[in-house]
Design a binder for this molecule. Structure first.
Ligand code: GLN
Length: 495
């Protein structure tokens, strides 16, 4: 069954076709995905599966289809979630020991929508603890590995989601992106990763890292698949006060392969040799040329405050994190330290034992920048620079429809290379954090690999204009086959 059903698992489009033509059942897809997860267990991409619930959902989907009542393009398709989106009756760990034993009493907004669309939620993916990181090394489950080269990082923090799609365990997964955590692992693993506009997808039931930056989005094989996922998960949710009450366009209909009317801006600050691997830059330049050959117009633009984006992001994100993570106190959720004599000691011990080093670092930094004596110098200043970055984007989008940059300054780095040096790790987010600070949508799509490793082209769009982003990404994928390239399979079983 595994091999028969393996083809349809390659993408949402192939799964949908095979299901529609009756070549495969959702039950078979779920079995195939479960065996793939098992075959690829060494990647540590998946941290928990729910076979019984998934089989029930698949059987219900097969019955609907037999009655001619498929609910959406995702009906019967097995998917994985990053382990920071809650599912009723299931654990959610956020890659943290502090959530040990926590079981959610409710479903996240995206989970409800996926289920309303008939998608089968198979389980949970590895991630950096509380989504803080760029390598999936900050996880209580240990690091996830890159399917293209298991000695390298799959990126982070949604690394398990990206690796699962790249390894063909599932055709799509959800991730969350606070400063690049969908787009950067997509780039490292050779898949498509979309961060929607802030407010486009409900954050209800997404465990908060930095609430003004967090956004859920899909990791898929192609922009066309991302359009199908976004159509299901997007839309207003009154339970998230920052959710936008805007209509959701027909994303699939926007994919007409035509970029001839589009102007793409190339920020001069992002195409400098300094700090970027030359191979990455060359690959991204070639991808932009391909879009130009398809009819898009290229213009040079400037985003003058780019140099301040990383500092601004790491002030705002840590400030919000320090406040959001205060709820994990050993009383309300998950793990509680034993042997404390009073409540203060209980908090202290539970948090000291439960949080990992990077999360503690961020809580300390965030508490510092919010403290009375330093608030104006750091937090307020960062908010002011955030406004300047937004103005940079507004001015740029008067001259172009999309902005193109590399997604990351380098190829997937070896595991362990940056884990001891947080500043170097933070600097690798240089191209991705701005979209979160200004609320704009962004996508990473595979362009020409370098030394056998994937490279990502990032496209950024106007707020709420995911349709144009997806159209350009899809047009590129119609003309290239980088998104169809697959990593090597699992090593032969030595036994
Ligand atoms: N790498 C960034 C950080 O560590 C972004 C994380 C994210 O988007 N969740 O904060």
């Amino acid at each position: 069954m595994t091999t028969d059903a393996a083809g349809p698992l390659e993408s949402v489009a192939s799964a949908r076709r095979a299901l529609g033509e009756g070549r495969v059942s959702s039950a078979e897809l779920v079995e195939a995905a479960l065996s793939r997860a098992q075959e690829r267990v060494a990647l540590s991409a998946v941290v928990g599966v729910r076979p019984t619930r998934a089989r029930e959902a698949a059987a219900a989907s097969d019955a609907r289809r037999a009655a001619g009542e498929a609910l959406s393009p995702l009906d019967g398709v097995p998917l994985l979630l990053k382990d920071n989106m809650v599912v009723r009756g299931e654990p959610t760990t956020c890659g943290s020991r502090i959530l040990e034993g926590f079981v959610s009493p409710y479903d996240a907004g995206v989970v409800e929508r996926l289920q309303q669309g008939g998608a089968v939620i198979l389980g949970r993916c590895n991630m950096d603890e509380f989504a803080m990181g760029s390598s999936t090394e900050n996880s209580c489950f240990g690091p996830a590995h890159n399917p293209w080269d298991p000695t390298r990082s799959c990126g982070g923090s949604s690394g398990g989601s990206a690796a699962s799609v790249a390894a063909g365990i599932v055709p799509a997964a959800l991730g969350s992106d606070t400063g690049g955590s969908i787009r950067q692992p997509a780039a490292f693993c050779g898949v498509t990763g979309l961060k929607p506009t802030y407010g486009r997808v409900s954050r209800w039931g997404l465990v908060a890292f930095a609430s003004s930056l967090d956004q859920i989005g899909p990791l898929t094989r192609s922009a066309a698949d991302a359009a199908d996922l976004l159509a299901v998960i997007a839309g207003h949710d009154p339970r998230d006060s920052t959710s936008l009450p805007e209509p959701v366009p027909d994303y699939a209909a926007a994919l007409d392969g035509d970029v001839s009317g589009l102007t793409i801006g190339l920020p001069r600050e992002c195409f400098v040799e300094e700090g970027v691997e030359p191979g990455v830059l060359a690959s991204v330049r070639a991808a932009v040329e391909e879009l130009s050959a398809a009819g898009a117009k290229l213009v040079e633009i400037s985003l003058p405050h780019t140099a301040h984006a990383i500092a601004t992001y790491y002030l705002i994100a840590t400030a919000e994190a320090s406040s959001n993570l205060s709820r994990f106190d050993g009383v309300r959720y998950g793990r509680r330290a034993a042997g404390a004599d009073d409540i203060d000691e209980l908090y202290r011990r539970s948090r000291s034992e439960g949080f990992g080093a990077e999360v503690k670092r961020r809580i300390l930094l965030g508490t510092y920048v919010l403290s009375a004596g330093y608030y104006d110098a750091y937090y307020r200043r960062a908010q002011q620079v955030r406004t300047l970055l937004r103005r940079d984007f507004d001015a740029a989008f008067e001259r172009c429809d999309l902005i193109a940059t590399p997604t990351t300054p380098e190829l997937a780095f070896p595991l362990g290379e940056k884990s001891g040096d947080p500043v170097t790790m933070y600097l690798s987010d240089i191209y991705t954090v701005t979209a979160n600070l200004v609320g704009a949508p962004g996508i990473s799509i595979p362009c020409a690999p370098v030394d056998g490793m994937p490279v990502g082209l990032q496209l950024l769009g106007r707020r709420l204009d995911e349709a144009t982003l997806l159209r350009a990404a899809d047009a590129f994928q119609r003309r290239t086959d980088f998104h169809e390239q697959r990593p090597p399979g699992p090593p032969e079983d030595p036994t």
